[in-house]
Design a protein around this ligand. Structure first.
Ligand SMILES: CC(C)(COP(=O)(O)OP(=O)(O)OC[C@H]1O[C@@H](n2cnc3c(N)ncnc32)[C@H](O)[C@@H]1OP(=O)(O)O)[C@@H](O)C(=O)NCCC(=O)NCCS
Length: 154
């Protein structure tokens, strides 16, 4: 089941980001999302267990780009390791793209990284129509990795 992310989900979401993306990004998640109001803006959702709605299995969001009103990005998109490969990421991404289109955005992008743990995500995005847009060297919060941008028209 998909529902809006709540402040009570924060700890579980941070743990999923930590196990899938590492400590530096989990700390960035806590800094950025931890300070939000959780009032539905920006749009952040979770997939939870169908028998236990407080158990979070995955998360994602559609966040406005700071420069272009017609552009948004897919923020903090991850599925817990034990729940991967069962279609949750696909379900989340469909909902995020639908939401981005409904909000009138014309293009969307994702930020991923050149590290091995993000290979699956790069393939996942490629299969869903995101095209490579370029690298930002040294942009990983550790200072040691590059951000790889992928985007598409909606
Ligand atoms: C990328 C990520 C979000 C994908 O989530 P996921 O839930 O594993 O994705 P899905 O299960 O929906 O889809 C993955 C593949 O499994 C397949 N799949 C779907 N249902 C399945 C099932 N029941 N059993 C096995 N495979 C299945 C899908 O068809 C898909 O294959 P495809 O890409 O060839 O279409 C997840 O791997 C992840 O969290 N990675 C680490 C964090 C990360 O890198 N996030 C992105 C940061 S930029």
């Amino acid at each position: 089941m998909i529902r809006q992310m709540l402040s009570d989900d924060l700890e579980q979401c941070e743990a999923i980001v930590r196990e899938t993306m590492g400590d530096e990004l989990a700390d960035a998640f806590a800094r950025n999302v931890g300070g939000e109001e959780f009032d539905g803006k920006p749009y952040r959702i979770v997939v939870c267990d169908k028998y236990n709605q407080s158990l979070v299995l995955g998360l994602g969001g559609v966040v406005p780009d700071e420069m272009s009103l017609e552009t948004c990005w897919v923020a903090w998109f991850a599925v817990s390791v034990s729940a991967q490969g069962s279609g949750i990421g696909d379900m989340l991404m469909r909902r995020l793209l639908e939401r981005a289109r409904c909000q009138g955005y014309k293009r969307i992008y994702v930020e991923t990284y050149d590290r091995p743990e993000f290979r699956r995500a790069r393939v996942f995005y490629d299969k869903r129509g995101f095209k490579p847009m370029g690298w930002l060297e040294g942009h990983h919060p550790s200072g040691k990795g590059s951000t790889f941008y992928m985007g598409m028209e909606l």
